[in-house]
Design a protein around this ligand. Sequence first.
Ligand code: FAD
Length: 313
Amino acid sequence: MPLADALAAVPANKPHIAVIGAGAFGGWTALNLLRQGARVTLLDAWGPGNSRASSGGETRVIRATYGPDRVYVEMVARSLQLWRENETRWGLKLYRRTGALWMASQNDAYEKASLPLLREARLAVEELSSAEVRKRYPQINFEGVAWAIYEKDAGYLLARRACEGVLEGFLKEGGEYRQLSATPGAIKGREMQGLVLSDGSTLAADCYVFACGPWIGSLFPKLIGDRVQPTRQEIFFFGTPAGDPRFLEEQLPVWLDNGKEFFYGIPGSERRGFKLADDARGPSFDPTHGDRMPSLEGVRAARRYLEFRFPSG
Ligand SMILES: Cc1cc2nc3c(=O)[nH]c(=O)nc-3n(C[C@H](O)[C@H](O)[C@H](O)COP(=O)(O)OP(=O)(O)OC[C@H]3O[C@@H](n4cnc5c(N)ncnc54)[C@H](O)[C@@H]3O)c2cc1C
């Protein structure tokens, strides 16, 4: 049954929807379908925010500077509101509003396109000159930075814990969760003939939502195949100087540096260390079996950048 038809049938004829994948997308989809009145079974092979998943790990940045892409700005504004509402409902603190400092170079068309959309979405932003940022953040070397956007409501999310929080909320509201891998059944006519699960059982629902992130191409090789291509991106955590708060979130926001390369980072979150990542797309990556050892080139590039931009760290 198409999802729209299944939802149109709610609540008189409560449909059963199976959501496969409990990452950021699947977890929230399952919770929202449940809140709209469906019976929902959520499945995940390794669990919400597991270390293989895109939504795993310590933290994720939430910021709304997305150039001319209005859809992202609107989604970010809405996500900030949804996190606020659900954190209150669950009694959890998952989002850290540190603010975000976006550094622009002379080549600043992206940032110029962002500003009006940020303001239209009523997000609190400041446009900072290079002199202002130097004064405000003396722990950063702003060489090559022409100006900056400061997003006051931006920050970071505790990634794995947020996925767990969504699952706990889903269970409390009556959802069903099973930690199993699912394989799509045969498609006859326009209907899928249920799921085959890793414990040997099958699951039949009225409709199915596959929120399998980087696995989606291998689950549907003909339909999706390499339209979704997972790539590797390395992230690093560095220790900060003993007793020095300049690189912790009390004194430093999330930062993003849109220069020749694109590095971004999260100041020491919950004693985890100073996160730094290169946002460039890396080589293709197999999310199940791919080798996750840090590469020497990745470590060197991160250290080179760190020494340049944060010389006193
Ligand atoms: C290193 C990195 C840094 C990022 N940084 C940011 C950031 O700072 N800000 C930001 O907004 N975005 C960031 N992103 C992007 C963001 O994290 C992803 O867009 C998001 O997490 C994708 O979520 P998802 O639910 O689609 O996928 P996933 O989180 O990968 O979820 C898919 C789930 O499906 C499950 N699954 C797969 N196949 C099956 C199966 N056959 N049966 C059962 N379960 C299955 C998996 O176990 C997994 O839990 C980053 C991504 C990465 C990788």
